[in-house]
Design a protein around this ligand. Sequence first.
Ligand SMILES: Cc1cc2nc3c(=O)[nH]c(=O)nc-3n(C[C@H](O)[C@H](O)[C@H](O)COP(=O)(O)OP(=O)(O)OC[C@H]3O[C@@H](n4cnc5c(N)ncnc54)[C@H](O)[C@@H]3O)c2cc1C
Length: 303
Amino acid sequence: MTDEYHCDVVVVGGSLIGSSAAMFLAQQGLSVCLLERRTTVSPHPRARGISVRTMELFRAAGIESDIRQAGEDDFQFVFGETLAGPHQPVARPDANAMSQLSPTTPYSCDQNRVEPILRRRAEALAAQIWNGSAAAAIERDSSGVSVLVETASPPDQASPPTPRRITAKYLVAADGADSPLRNSLGVGQHGRDVPGVGISALFDANLDGALRGRHVSALVSPRQVAILFPKGKAREYNWLGLVPREGLEAVEGSAIDAAAMSSIRRRRRPHHAALWRLRRKHRNCRCPQPRLEDSGRLSGRSA
Ligand SMILES: Cc1cc2nc3c(=O)[nH]c(=O)nc-3n(C[C@H](O)[C@H](O)[C@H](O)COP(=O)(O)OP(=O)(O)OC[C@H]3O[C@@H](n4cnc5c(N)ncnc54)[C@H](O)[C@@H]3O)c2cc1C
């Protein structure tokens, strides 16, 4: 560890928001450093659909072709209760009409594939990225902010040594929806908590028999409040996301795999399963369960 490092902006958290912020700020010529507590990207695909506006921004940042290579143009969403049963396709905007509005198009690319692209581009634009490094404490004064850095993992030989302290003019708190940093600065959230816990499970299984030649990029089950994404050209595993519900709060450790196995009705352990809890508040939602149409906007933290 070196002692101190100075930059214009320190970004805390290197997931989707932090990596994007680092890249876009570096693109503006600011000196940026990013601290990410994890040493690897979460394997869970999480957010997949990229809107046309985001694709425009990615295009301007020079990463559109990387995103297109890592993802796929696959928005075949259907409503249904089982993969083998009847499906009702979800209507899509008219591609021809959309092509009049923008030089690019919406696209599908999983968050765990987008994040490394954002970070690589941020680094190419001279941002400093320190993985396995957490912001342990922050102090503010009239000149900016000072961040005490804690390095949890052994130093990665390929990365530059992490400084013990970073001083910056500005700090971006991208440490998740329940951001302890944002809370410590008194920036709160309002609305209603979403109760319960969900499951995110990646699993290996051949679903061709159930699909019977039909192409489905996501099966949305309103009754089970769940989404199943069969594996595809740009995803190695099938992915089931159960939107948080009550009754799974006590599940932990190896029981997470068991709960996931029961959800996917398989005897084989999933490739990876994690619980997720919604940290974002619901505003003006009177329904007892989070609705599926809300799920694209829900924020969570998977292991
Ligand atoms: C199972 C699941 C499915 C989802 N599906 C969708 C979807 O279909 N569509 C959609 O739009 N969104 C989806 N989301 C939500 C989406 O993943 C989040 O909105 C997104 O990850 C938020 O990004 P973020 O960068 O704000 O926070 P997070 O992804 O929570 O990342 C916060 C990062 O900060 C790091 N960190 C925390 N504290 C510190 C610290 N002190 N120092 C350094 N680093 C720190 C953490 O390690 C983490 O990497 C899903 C989420 C989950 C869990």
